[in-house]
Design a protein around this ligand. Structure first.
Ligand code: SPV
Ligand code: MG
Length: 289
């Protein structure tokens, strides 16, 4: 099955699906090996791993290069966080064509302004004009090279402090413009506005959510209102920051690695993850000629 078809199937299946954040080939591979059926190529995490803020400081081709390694190293579909599309409808067309060519299964576009700012920064966020954003969605759908490539329209109305009606109005417009799914985002610490949106949206098309701030809400509550897909958006990145900081501080303190050896991945693990043993087998075949 093509990766785009696999993502479309995840978005449309009856049971709730889960996408795990990845920000490079290694985190992508680990998520796949953990059993995830799909990946979220997070703009925040990819930027942060480059030491950049989540404000489109990384160019779209730099993001593309990272995602390329993720695609090469995994068999599961990747939904790229395409931010605002890196410009206008024309930039979106080029982005989507390139993603399709490179085997990325779908893109999520958000209705903010370029350069975007992470949804959890600052009080208000300027939203895109609805019609202009609908043009981007249409341009994305018209540019995809595979039939099942997925375009997810991300509604930032609640993030920006607009009422629920505005979020529903925008979701409806983006759905009509051709979006395959709606991502409704919230920065509230409880999931109430997400649950309320889902009840009123009534599954007009699949809904994707990102419970980064409302992590205490039971996953079953989202299942009950028909959420299609949950994205764990930044947890590999945050786990790696915590682990690296812990280990490097211990090494610095003790001027020794003796005590931490058992806390870190083995070199064999690294070799497994980087296909070292396959290359050794290939050497036997190709270097003995
Ligand atoms: C990301 O992971 O980059 C996202 C999700 O867009 S959030 O950080 O919640 O905006
Ligand atoms: Mg993002």
């Amino acid at each position: 099955m093509k990766k785009s078809s696999a993502l479309k199937a995840l978005l449309n299946k009856k049971e709730m699906a889960f996408l795990m954040e990845a920000h490079n080939a290694m985190s992508a591979k680990i998520a796949e090996q953990s059993g995830f059926e799909g990946l979220w190529a997070s703009g925040l995490s990819i930027s942060a791993s480059m030491g950049l803020s989540d404000r489109n400081e990384a160019s779209w081709t730099q993001v593309m290069d990272v995602v390329d390694f993720m695609v090469d190293n995994t068999a599961i579909p990747i939904l790229l966080d395409g931010d605002t599309g890196f410009g206008n409808f024309n930039n979106v067309r080029r982005l989507v064509k390139k993603l399709s060519q490179r085997g990325v299964a779908g893109v999520c576009l958000e209705d903010k302004l370029f350069p975007k700012v992470n949804s959890f920064i600052g009080a208000g966020q300027d939203l895109a004009d609805i019609n202009e954003f609908c043009g981007k969605i249409q341009a994305a759908k018209d540019s995809q090279l595979e039939e099942d490539f997925c375009v997810v329209a991300r509604v930032e109305a609640l993030i920006s402090g607009c009422p629920m009606d505005e979020a529903l109005k925008r979701a409806d417009a983006y759905h009509r413009a051709g979006a395959d799914a709606i991502l409704i985002h919230s920065k509230k610490s409880d999931g109430e506005e997400i649950l309320s949106f889902c009840r009123q949206w009534n599954n007009a098309c699949p809904v994707v959510i990102v419970p980064t701030k409302y992590y205490n809400t039971e996953t079953d509550a989202f299942r009950d209102v028909g959420v299609s897909t949950v994205i764990w958006a930044n947890h590999s990145l945050r786990a790696s920051i915590a682990a690296m900081r812990d280990i490097t501080q211990k090494i610095r303190l003790n001027n020794s690695v003796a005590h931490i050896e058992r806390e870190i991945a083995t070199l064999d693990d690294v070799f497994q993850l980087t296909n070292e043993y396959e290359v050794q087998q290939a050497e036997k075949k190709y270097l003995s000629i």
